[in-house]
Design a protein around this ligand. Structure first.
Ligand code: MLT
Length: 413
């Protein structure tokens, strides 16, 4: 029998009821409704609290004035971003690390969340993807929406995804897949665990991808928080990565752009994907085709603001902000260790990954922390099955709230 009606994309029905951070916001709002006087400290979603750097503001204001004048007004910009910003990105973020990029290998966008979610469109639905477990949920959910992941089991894991557990047994780092995979999502410094890979460790992934003609989708949104020497900031520091990797970078956490929106994606021209006849196609050309069709560029004042990050004052201001957040990370990490918690991350990343005490489930700990300490974090289970029994705190709060939160955890939990 034929029905006439609008049919749903049934892949959406396989998703968890709500996006992780929407679910957390829902629970917090409910708690606040029931306890209007509770002084809640939010260390859940990784949203920044420091204002935009003065150099960025100044550049944005100037750009807005330009938009109000007949001579300097700009309409549509290039979908892939203004050259003035792309040149600064290459000059400052890559050249000093020995990475050469061409201007048409960098695509400016309005966020890495969008780019990491959208990039999968370029790949066949039969590709097998691998993700770390725990993982930033956007990589998985966007592939579920596209229909690439098959059925879902009771643990919320999908048949056609290869999960790479990051547990205490393996030092909270993923092992190479045991079976061949086509697409590999890696995020380092990692969200949510705050862990990093050394150059040697990352090289194993690049070598795997070269041997298997796989593609690595490398999320480096937190590279600016790396404090230690020897930790790669870009996958392109690794020999051969230009053939197999795409890298996502963001101004959100680095420069306070979570609300302003600006990021970029690097797609080297050597990265190839194959059609059913075995012919190779340039991923760079396909991403350009995608972006020029579905995206109209980031606004001029925002790109002008992003470019100001690379001025001398801009660099200095950003360094100070990052230092501030990383001092928060240290306060959280040291405070938790002192209180007897087992803690990971927080050294080269603004995330602290802690083991829940007394075998509490992640969501149980979430509820207890909110109820007893009025502190909000993110349950590890929300990032995947291997995150159960863990919990994430962010270093993006104010100093005062960070110190208060740790004091409350120490005395009330
Ligand atoms: C997080 O808390 O994991 C971040 O806010 C993720 C994001 O940048 O979208």
């Amino acid at each position: 029998m034929k029905f006439y009606m609008a049919f749903v994309n049934e892949n959406y029905l396989k998703l968890p009821g709500s996006y992780l951070f929407s679910e957390i916001a829902r629970r917090v709002n409910q708690f606040k409704g029931d306890n209007p006087d509770a002084d809640i400290i939010r260390l859940g979603i990784g949203d920044v609290t420091r204002p935009l750097p003065p150099a960025v503001l100044e550049a944005m204001k100037k750009a807005i004035d330009e938009m109000g004048s007949q001579e300097t007004f700009r309409g549509y910009g290039p979908e892939q971003g203004y050259q003035f910003l792309i040149e600064k990105i290459i000059e400052n973020d890559f050249k000093p690390r020995g990475v050469e990029l061409a201007v048409d290998e960098v695509f400016v966008s309005d966020g890495s969340k969008n780019d990491t979610a959208n990039f999968q469109e370029l790949f066949d639905l039969d590709n097998i993807l691998a993700v770390t477990d725990p993982v930033y949920p956007v990589y998985v959910d966007s592939n579920v929406m596209a229909g690439r992941t098959g059925g879902v089991n009771a643990k919320g894991q999908f048949d056609k995804i290869v999960y790479l557990p990051c547990t205490e047994e393996n030092g909270i780092k993923p092992a190479l897949p045991q079976t061949r995979v086509d697409l590999i999502y890696l995020c380092f410094p990692n969200n949510p665990t705050g862990m990093t890979l050394s150059k040697e460790e990352l090289k194993q992934w690049v070598d795997y991808a070269r041997e298997n003609r796989s593609i690595i989708l490398f999320d480096a949104a937190y590279e600016a928080f790396i404090q230690e020497e020897g930790v790669p900031h870009s996958i392109f520091e690794i020999e051969g990565a230009r053939e197999v990797a795409v890298e996502f970078r963001s101004f959100s956490k680095t420069a306070g752009f979570t609300g302003t929106r600006c990021a970029y994606t690097v797609v080297p021209k050597e990265v190839k994907v194959y059609d059913s006849t075995g012919s190779a196609h340039s991923l760079n050309s396909l991403w350009l085709r995608r972006q020029t069709t579905k995206f109209n560029g980031v606004s001029y004042p925002v790109q002008a603001g992003a470019a100001a990050i690379y001025t001398e004052e801009g660099k200095k201001q950003i360094r100070e902000t990052i230092k501030y957040y990383m001092e928060n990370a240290k306060i959280i990490k040291d405070g938790l260790i002192k209180a007897g918690y087992t803690v990971f991350g927080g050294v080269n990343a603004p995330y602290i990954w802690l083991k829940t005490p007394e075998g509490l489930g992640s969501w149980e700990f979430f509820d207890k922390l909110m109820k007893d300490a009025h502190v909000v974090g993110t349950p590890g289970a929300g990032f995947g099955a291997s995150g159960e029994g863990y919990f994430r705190l962010t270093a993006f709060g104010s100093r005062e709230n960070t110190e208060k939160a740790i004091e409350r955890i120490r005395t009330r939990m």
